[in-house]
Design a protein around this ligand. Sequence first.
Ligand code: MEV
Length: 413
Amino acid sequence: MKLYELTDEERINYLLDNNYINNEQADLLKSRTPLPEDLADSLSENQVGMFGLPYGFATDFTVNGKDYLVPMSIEEPSVIAAASNGAKRIRNSGGFTVSVSDHIVYGQIVLESVTDDTLDLLKQRHDDIVKFANDAHPSLFKRGGGVRSLEFHNYNDMMELEIGVDTVDAMGANIVNTILEKTSKEVAAITGCDVLCSILSNSGVGQLVTAQADVDFDQLSTKMMAGSEVAKRIVQLTKFAQVSVKRAVTHNKGIMNGVDAVVLATGNDFRAQEAAAQAFASQTGKYQPLSNWKIVDGRLHGELIMPVEIGSVGGAISSMPMAQLSLAIMKISDSRELRAVIGSVGLANNLSALRALVTTGIQAGHMSLQSKSLAVTAGAIGIEIELVAAVLNKQRDYSLDNAKKVLKELRNK
Ligand code: MEV
């Protein structure tokens, strides 16, 4: 069965019939009201409506031996198709292998009016500060999380206490900020210094994911090009991204197409995710592609290392019904698993983009998928959308003027 040939209602029934979602969740999708009014009002300010984004799912993911459908929310045509396409080539070659670090969120307490004694005072009370920080969030400690590191860094007349907290399955921003603000009072009392601020760091370096895949050459071939040649060209294009920052940014944009779409679909903080990923790409001082592709033992080997700064519980994730639905579709048990899936999606989108770029170019596939949205922009409604899109794909003329002309001709018939 080709899922993309079904109607949206049939796809919802597919999810229901295959136990990805329950009846209530199927009704939620069919109702087309993803967020209850009062919840929307409580999530942000001056609310006057809800902003819609298409919500769909990518297929064919096998991550660490488990199969997934992956929900994605995105306005760009071809991203979900690209994720599924890359995932299928990788599944046919054995699937993704992903390792995930512990979930450590770093926070900073910044001190001013530091004296010669401040560092010694802090070092003497190191264990007391750790205990105080753990006591500041007792429920986290009970769930197996808590403070994992405390370091002091001197910056001339300022000093930083850097606290690393295992926030278990929560993204951790609120948890860490609560711990920091409470702990900062104790630190001020110990040192007599002013606390300039206490806030988590969105660097994400404590939440790294390494997604890898070995792709068989025959999974890469096109009508016009052998798989081994496609593989070589993907390696070359990746090398180019390592020397050209302009290309590296676009290379990473292709990865973030997939990553951000899952981050959004699971109710996570996409700004935090973007900030962390882009900072990580610049960690050596020169902006780099987040993934690398090389040929190893006659296969194309891909590796993506990046922070995935998300949670699977807490905040909007727990309150937004669509976020819960997304976790249900993936049958996710904890944030480690979700991070592994998100890393895989980034690598899948990257593979699809690179394969298209070094063979046919992306416009052929991209524009044929964009033809429907072009038809809508031209004014097509209902059945007209498919009909206009089909003509545009046949003509391979994707200008708005042409779409309007085709629509006019269709209506005149
Ligand atoms: C388009 O959304 C993403 C690509 O530009 C990524 C890339 O160039 O690698 C196709």
